[in-house]
Design a protein. Structure first.
Length: 299
């Protein structure tokens, strides 16, 4: 592993390079705006600006922008990895991200390649495409063909709401086991188990209509992911117990049912973070406190 002592002086050098070789201007439009939002969110978590510092969340957000093609996010990933800034230091992996940005004309990334060497030939995990839809539910056992058909409905509608199909399947499976007539003791109804207040909130007029119910549940899940800034455990806990309970308890509520629910969702989805649309809603006002508390627990 190379010594990165020179990086102590890089902030000054980076400013100089930025003045001589400005980063390319991104095209205007929704895609550029989406990249900008992801980068700003990532930088806030990287530096602890207005939120608790969370390098892994920053890394995840940078990765989402990098996968979409943003050279600045690719450069930022290389920088974090080259410095071991909250993530393991790996010069070959850093070189991979610098090389991607350099190919887009990002001159500071090209210059950094001189110091980090040859890029790895392995695609970083966060840039890989998820398994094909046909492979995503091969670990679900369906008791009937009807169950399978309702699972297909969930998978088909999920992308319309920016929800990865496997997470939507995890929610539907845990909530109702794909039973559109399910009713809980708390009067949660249908495939996604919407209580009447949530159904009304997301304009579900016929909770036992499978498509209406799934759309309402996906809209709520999209809102929760934005509210908790992509934290799957918090969104799942809120789906089960309500976002108010998560805010009051500054994290997953100490209810046995909710904790088991979150465990099942995470075991099936297998990821802690999910992309989210920040324009859907402002973040929870308690999120900085929740993240500080979680960082202590997880460390």
């Amino acid at each position: 592993m190379r010594s990165f002592a020179f990086l102590r002086f890089w902030p000054v050098a980076a400013m100089a390079l930025g003045a001589v070789f400005p980063a390319p201007t991104l095209a205007a439009g929704p895609e550029a705006e989406h990249w900008r939002q992801l980068r700003e969110e990532a930088r806030a978590y990287e530096h602890g600006e207005g939120v608790a510092k969370d390098p892994m969340k920053a890394y995840t957000l940078y990765c989402a922008a990098a996968k979409a093609g943003d050279p600045e996010a690719r450069y930022s990933l290389g920088w974090m990895i080259a410095n071991g800034r909250g993530v393991p230091r790996d010069d070959a992996l850093a070189a991979y991200f610098f090389a991607l940005a350099a190919e887009q004309g990002h001159e500071p990334s090209r210059r950094m390649l001189r110091f980090v060497g040859t890029p790895t030939d392995q695609i970083p995990e966060c840039l890989r495409d998820p398994p094909a839809a046909a492979e995503q539910d091969d670990d679900i056992e369906f008791a009937s063909e009807q169950q399978r058909q309702f699972a297909e409905l969930v998978k088909r509608l999920a992308p319309e709401y920016g929800i990865e199909p496997r997470l939507a399947l995890a929610i539907a499976r845990t909530e109702s086991n794909f039973n559109p007539r399910a009713v809980s003791p708390k009067n949660a109804q249908g495939l996604m188990q919407l209580i009447p207040e949530t159904a009304a909130r997301f304009n579900v007029k016929k909770p036992f209509d499978p498509e209406q119910n799934v759309r309402g549940g996906l809209a709520y899940l999209r809102w929760l992911l934005a509210y908790f800034r992509g934290d799957v455990a918090l969104a799942a806990a809120a789906y089960n117990a309500g976002e108010g309970a998560v805010n009051r308890h500054l994290g997953i509520p100490p209810f046995a049912e909710t904790r088991e629910y979150v465990k099942r969702i995470l075991e099936f989805f297998r990821r802690q973070e999910h992309p989210y649309d920040a324009s859907v809603t402002d973040p929870s006002p308690e999120l900085p406190k929740i993240l500080r508390r979680l960082s202590r627990v997880r460390s």
